[in-house]
Design a protein around this ligand. Structure first.
Ligand code: NAD
Ligand code: UD1
Length: 345
């Protein structure tokens, strides 16, 4: 298929791109580089042997989008583009609604204009908010607790309404749990700007000596060791989920799937796994809970297994080992000079 990938140089999209190129799809990537580095394109080319078309453009820009749809015959769109920092979304709600909601609306309108009828959308487990019952199924109550979470739920609703109005349109909303890990080659991974908000990038920067210690946000939750429990999912498994979701492109309607492993891992379990794999110490201090955090969150991913034939294959050790390899080989992320990387490889 000819697939347009929005947010194409981002963390999850870049791993998905390599997987889709290997499966024989043709890709057009679009990204405004708000949260990614152009160097990702060389890494994609290195891993896949192909350099996909790339446009530096904003999905909110009608002229740019329609020029891309005019230049390429697009069969399906995988829509990753968006902003994802929960704290920032509370400080800049209008910016988040503009980028995530209005941007998605613009994309859908251009797809309609060019009669492109298949969409895969990056949603998030954050739409469930504070779970009443675990594990979370696709039928669990929706109650997003942040501006970011509300943008994801709004876009899901817009997509569902569009599917109702156009019975030939097919959409798949993938609700990712906590994406972590990196490409097993060590050539691609997550490269957050500034101080990481998320647990695994923070731990790996502590282990490599870029940060002094991890702040554990609360050890008084009603969980086995008192720290927060999450369903971490390897980015390579997520990438495979997108490949399989393309099966539904000829199946009109709005489909929703949880993509998680179904197992919860606590903060302290993650720290232990990282110490074991890296052989490095991970100093930590216990701090108060972080506002907005929930005690535990993990998926029931049975629907994805039954309907897509998808199941997470990679375990916690794989997630940590691949993150560590990426961190170790690319101490400055994508700014690591290619010559240095070659030496290490
Ligand atoms: P990312 O920031 O690495 O990738 C998003 C990409 O979109 C970036 O390259 C960014 O430059 C680009 N972008 C942002 N706004 C854009 C715009 N208006 N026009 C064009 N490009 C734009 O994030 P990611 O972790 O790869 O996440 C991808 C998607 O998955 C996002 O929609 C995110 O909300 C969603 N998601 C992520 C997680 C997670 O923890 N990483 C969890 C659930 C859902
Ligand atoms: C966060 C977002 C969520 C988003 C997800 C993936 C919040 C409230 N939620 O989820 O919307 O979909 O990232 O991008 O921000 N932790 C520490 N110390 C740290 C960092 C994290 O103890 O320095 C703990 C947290 O309290 C939590 C666990 O580690 O228990 C995981 O945190 P994180 O990686 O930020 O993911 P979520 O909070 O699940």
């Amino acid at each position: 298929m000819n697939i347009l990938v929005t947010g194409g140089t981002g963390y999850i999209a870049s791993h998905t791109a390599v997987k889709l190129l290997a499966a024989g799809h043709q890709l057009v990537l679009v990204d405004n580089l708000a949260n990614s580095n152009i160097a990702v394109l060389d890494r994609i080319a290195l891993l896949s042997g192909q350099k996909p078309h790339f446009y530096q453009a904003d999905i909110g820009n009608y002229a740019a989008l329609s020029a891309i749809f005019t230049a390429h015959q697009i069969d399906a769109v995988i829509h990753f583009a968006g902003l994802k920092a929960v704290g920032e979304s509370a400080q800049k709600p209008l910016h988040y609604y503009r980028e995530n909601v209005a941007g998605s609306l613009q994309l859908l309108e251009v797809m309609q204009e060019f009669a492109v009828k298949s969409l895969i959308f990056s949603s998030s487990a954050t739409v469930y908010g504070d779970p009443r019952e675990l594990p979370l199924t696709e039928q669990s109550p929706i109650q997003p607790q942040s501006v970011y979470g509300r943008t994801k739920w709004m876009v899901e609703q817009i997509i569902a309404d569009h599917c109702s109005a156009d019975p030939s349109f097919s959409a798949v909303c993938l609700r990712y749990f906590n994406p972590v890990g990196a490409h097993p080659s060590g050539l691609m991974g997550e490269d957050p700007n500034g101080i990481p908000n998320n647990l695994l990038p923070f731990i790996s920067q502590v282990a490599i000596g870029r940060r002094e210690q991890l702040s554990v946000f609360g050890n008084d939750y009603p969980t086995a060791d008192g720290t927060g429990v999450r369903d971490y999912i390897h980015v390579q498994d997520l990438a495979e989920g997108h490949r399989l979701a393309l099966k539904l492109t000829n199946n009109p309607g709005c489909h929703r799937f949880n993509l998680g492993t179904g197992s919860g891992v606590s903060v302290l379990e993650m720290v232990d796994a990282f110490r074991a794999v890296s052989g490095h110490p991970v100093p930590l201090i216990i701090c108060p809970r972080r506002t907005g955090d929930v005690a535990a969150c993990y998926a029931d991913a049975a629907k994805a297994q039954h309907e897509l034939g998808w199941q997470a294959q990679l375990n916690l050790t794989d997630m940590v080992a691949d993150t560590w390899r990426w961190q170790h080989l690319n101490p400055q992320g994508y700014q690591t000079p290619p010559a240095k990387l070659k030496e290490k490889l």
